[in-house]
Design a protein around this ligand. Structure first.
Ligand code: PLP
Length: 362
């Protein structure tokens, strides 16, 4: 067949929302110290690695995985002492859970989240043609602008509200009383995204019992298992039941199920790594703030957002990259992120190299 005789236009095939989107870009980090993506920098001790490989040895790859990942789900429930009245659904990363949740909404639904926030809420809402509402955080402390949030909820009755706790990319924990007020007023679902729970001394897990419309979402990515792609959401069975209908049956592969179960059963390793990361965070915070022209914002996560002198962020980002270290330039997003860069906490040596590189280009 002659292809040229059959003109084909992708724009006639795909939805306008999809055509208008741009793909989520991930920077190439090859050869660079990687402080851009909130990964845990530490590997596993040798003995642990051998024990893990031994558990994978007999994994029946010819068979489909357990569609409900029952053993892993049970391990998660017990590891985090989840009240048996709640259900847990697993996702291929918490990104997939956000996607599932949004896919289940009516096509004219509104979705609300503060900005700056996690980009996937908007990306996935836009892709599905939902009405995405973003309310700027307070400029003075990155906390929720409660009056505007409440007004927007009243006006638009969003089906889902996302609150990341701690927030990415600002790193702070929103005021608890403001969050509770939002949960109280909202008639739709409120998803507390606790991706950074391992680094924060705070959680809404205990609050689940008090509200019908609350979901708590977590991931093992930032804890140190980003390569597995595993997230989970905890909430009332009536909500989880609906989400389970649109979840693909084998969304958690066999290797992830086995590996995550193994890892969570050996959580002491991650507890230690998390402690080290938190110690380094406090060091890094002080070192950043000691630099002339730099303001670091307090963080309860495994990264720090900091402000650079006016109109210098991209130049500084590139100069640091030139010295072999990849962080994240937030300044193109503008608004409260103008002049801001974000650095993930790495190993002590990596953090030192970063501070030195930053200092040299100020
Ligand atoms: C990283 C991140 C996620 C995504 O986690 P995955 O489980 O890796 O998909 C979700 N929410 C926030 C706020 C994040 O920063």
């Amino acid at each position: 067949m002659n292809l040229k005789s059959r003109p084909f236009d992708v724009e006639t095939i795909f939805r306008k929302e999809v055509l208008a989107m741009s793909a989520y870009k991930v920077a190439n980090a090859s050869g660079l110290i990687k402080l851009d993506a909130m990964e845990n920098p530490y590997k596993w001790p040798k003995e642990l690695k051998s024990a893990w490989l031994a558990t994978l040895k007999d994994c029946p790859l010819n068979r489909y995985p357990d569609p409900a990942a029952q053993e892993l789900t049970a391990t998660i429930k017990s590891a985090y002492q989840i009240d048996p009245q709640f259900e847990v659904m697993l996702g291929n990363g918490s990104d997939e859970i956000i996607q599932l949740l949004l896919m289940a909404l009516p096509s004219n639904a509104s979705v609300l989240a503060p900005t700056p926030g996690f980009v996937m809420y908007k990306q996935l809402s836009d892709c599905l043609g939902l009405n995405y509402l973003s309310i700027p955080l307070r400029a003075d402390n990155f906390d929720l602008d409660l009056p505007v949030m409440l007004e927007t909820i009243k006006l638009h009755q969003p089906s889902v509200i996302f609150l990341a706790y701690p927030n990415n990319p600002t790193g702070n924990l929103f005021s608890q009383s403001a969050m509770l007020e939002i949960i109280n007023v909202a008639e739709g679902l409120v998803v507390i995204d606790e991706a950074y729970a391992p680094f924060a001394d705070a959680s809404f897990l205990e609050t689940l019992t008090d509200y019908d419309n609350l979901l708590v979402m977590r991931t093992v990515s930032k804890l140190g298992l980003a390569g597995l792609r595993l997230g989970y959401v905890i909430g009332r069975p009536a909500i989880i039941e609906q989400l389970n209908k649109i979840r693909l049956p084998y969304n958690i592969n066999s290797l992830t199920q086995l590996s995550a179960e193994f890892a969570l059963s050996n959580h002491e390793v991650f507890d230690l790594q998390t402690q080290k990361i938190c110690q380094e965070r406090s060091l890094m915070f002080d070192q950043l703030n000691a630099l002339t022209g730099i303001t670091a914002y307090p963080s309860a996560a495994n990264f720090i957002l900091f402000k650079t002198p006016e109109n210098q962020a991209t130049r500084i980002f590139l100069a640091i990259k030139e010295q072999g270290i990849l962080i994240k330039d937030m300044s193109p997003q503008g608004g409260l992120l103008s002049d801001c860069l974000r650095v993930t906490i790495g190993k002590p040596k990596e953090n030192k190299a970063f501070i030195k590189a930053l200092e040299s280009c100020l």
